[in-house]
Design a protein around this ligand. Structure first.
Ligand code: TMP
Length: 211
């Protein structure tokens, strides 16, 4: 696979401020003159968005953990083949709200699915594709859930317990510690201006190394 654009992902628990940070990173890429597309997971394609509704909605409350995992990767396969790879191959940058780190964190850490199953799906579906930069917005779940709760009615994940989100957060932090060259951990519990400053620094430094 020949790829010339960069693939940037944004991760974090609910209420971490991903929407605001997506807007900021978009602005920084625009200012740097990088052609890019902005997308999200689960979703990003018509089929992926339909799967998102099944995954986040309440029609299938008792969905088996394996079903949830497979649907996440089904949406991802569609997203990679129809959108992400074609864009990268054309030299566009891709800015994605969540990717496979979320599967390790939520289905692995949160639900307790064995990491080896996730790894098997990852290598099958992604064929080596990995983000070049991942911004992890980190904050205590108590703070994140309080923020998310004020926003809208909870989806199927937002209804999970504090313990679930604690495991999600820990899994994200473990992954970030294991791959420091790809991850930038942003302290999202700080006031917004400081969060924006941390993100700007991380993205500016990445732009300099990427050229
Ligand atoms: P969000 O886009 O509003 O953050 O909602 C997406 C939800 O889906 C969020 O709770 C995290 C969850 N999710 C997973 O559980 N596994 C995944 O692989 C992805 C991409 C998202």
């Amino acid at each position: 696979m020949t790829v010339s654009g960069a693939f940037i992902t944004l991760e974090g628990i609910e209420g971490a401020g991903k929407t605001t940070v997506m807007a900021l990173v978009s602005r920084l890429l625009e200012e740097a003159g990088k052609p890019f597309l902005r997308t999200r997971e689960p979703g990003g394609t018509p089929l992926g968005e339909a799967l998102r509704e099944l995954l986040l909605g309440h029609r299938h409350e008792g969905m088996a953990d394996d079903t949830e995992l497979l649907l996440m990767f089904a949406a991802r396969a569609e997203h990679i083949h129809r959108k992400i790879l074609p864009a990268l191959e054309e030299g566009h940058w891709v800015l994605c709200d969540r990717f496979t780190d979320a599967t390790y964190a939520y289905q692995g850490g949160g639900r307790g699915i064995d990491t080896s199953r996730i790894q098997a799906l990852e290598s099958w579906v992604q064929q080596g594709l990995q983000p070049h930069l991942t911004l992890l917005l980190d904050l205590p779940p108590e703070t994140g859930l309080a923020r998310a709760g004020r926003r809208s009615a909870p989806d199927r994940f937002e209804k999970e317990t504090l313990d679930f989100f604690q495991r999600v957060r820990e899994n994200y932090l473990e992954r970030a510690a294991a791959e420091p060259s790809r991850f930038r951990v942003i302290d999202a519990s700080r006031p917004l201006v400081e969060v924006e400053e941390q993100v700007s620094q991380a993205v500016t430094a990445f732009l300099e190394t990427w050229g």
